[in-house]
Design a binder for this molecule. Structure first.
Ligand code: IPE
Ligand code: IPE
Ligand code: MG
Length: 236
């Protein structure tokens, strides 16, 4: 879920941008409930990109504050509902309090399996791939194998080193807010995702809009490179 359009939602109402972010947090609650009710097992929310540091410092600070208060207020409820919380992204630049909250929320909910809710914070698909490659290289060296020009590209298996190695690749990527771009979300993992773009701004995206996206998704034929005929032969 690329949750875009908070600022524009607020602007339309002559409110400060941060009012849009606050409303956006409420929508997260609704969509999490929706996923539980509909037995969706993985929900990944893009909350802050590696590029979002370029925003005015006040807005960045406010977003960090919202993240802290959401963790403080929501984790018990998530845990009660059987939700496993994971945060992906480079967490090092976050303040120590936020890092500690993240670690404790992940540890507390680690045993849950009804829904895996992943928040991408200071996440970038390019960062993810670079980090995975570094992880792959380290593991290879630890196994006593050299990383030289002899390595064949097809031998570089990055999947286990990507930030979401614990989850299947996304089936559906939804972007609210009208833009039709990925903005550095799950670049590797979205290779075969269905892409759904809606003009609805994130603070206005609720259960009805989510339902519409799923109806649209259900109509897609996922061919993964094959022909329609091949896919239908297997389905029959
Ligand atoms: C998405 O809404 C939230 C974040 C990127 C943190 P925006 O803040 O990007 O809202 P618009 O795109 O300016 O309307
Ligand atoms: C994408 O929204 C990132 C998140 C939703 C966190 P942006 O508002 O940052 O995207 P761009 O800059 O318009 O592509
Ligand atoms: Mg935006």
């Amino acid at each position: 879920m690329i949750m875009d359009g908070n600022g524009r939602w607020a602007k339309k109402r002559h409110l400060p941008r941060v009012a849009g972010h606050a409303r956006g947090v409420k929508r997260v609650r609704d969509i999490v409930e929706f996923c539980i009710a509909r037995d969706i097992r993985y929900l990944t929310l893009f909350a802050f990109s590696t590029e979002n540091w370029k925003r005015p410092v006040d807005e960045v600070n406010h977003l960090m504050g919202l993240f802290v208060s959401a963790l403080e207020n929501e984790v018990s409820k998530l845990h009660k509902n059987g939700i496993r919380l994971r945060i992906i992204g480079d967490l090092h630049p976050f303040n120590p309090r936020l890092q500690a909250l993240i670690a404790s929320a992940e540890a507390r909910t680690a045993g849950n399996n009804r829904l895996t809710l992943t928040i991408a914070a200071n996440y970038g698909g390019q960062w993810d791939i670079q980090r995975a490659f570094a992880g792959w290289m380290k593991a290879r060296q630890a196994a006593g194998l050299a990383v030289t020009e002899q390595v064949k590209p097809e031998d570089i298996d990055l999947k286990p080193y990507l930030a979401m190695a614990y989850a299947p690749d996304p089936d559906l990527v939804i972007r609210t807010g009208g833009e039709q771009r990925i903005s550095n979300f799950l670049l590797w993992q979205s290779a075969y995702a269905e892409l759904y773009f809606t003009d609805t701004l994130w603070p206005a995206f609720g259960a009805a809009e989510m339902d519409q996206a799923l109806v649209w998704y259900a109509q897609r034929e996922r061919r993964f490179g094959q022909t329609s005929q091949q896919v239908q032969a297997v389905a029959r």
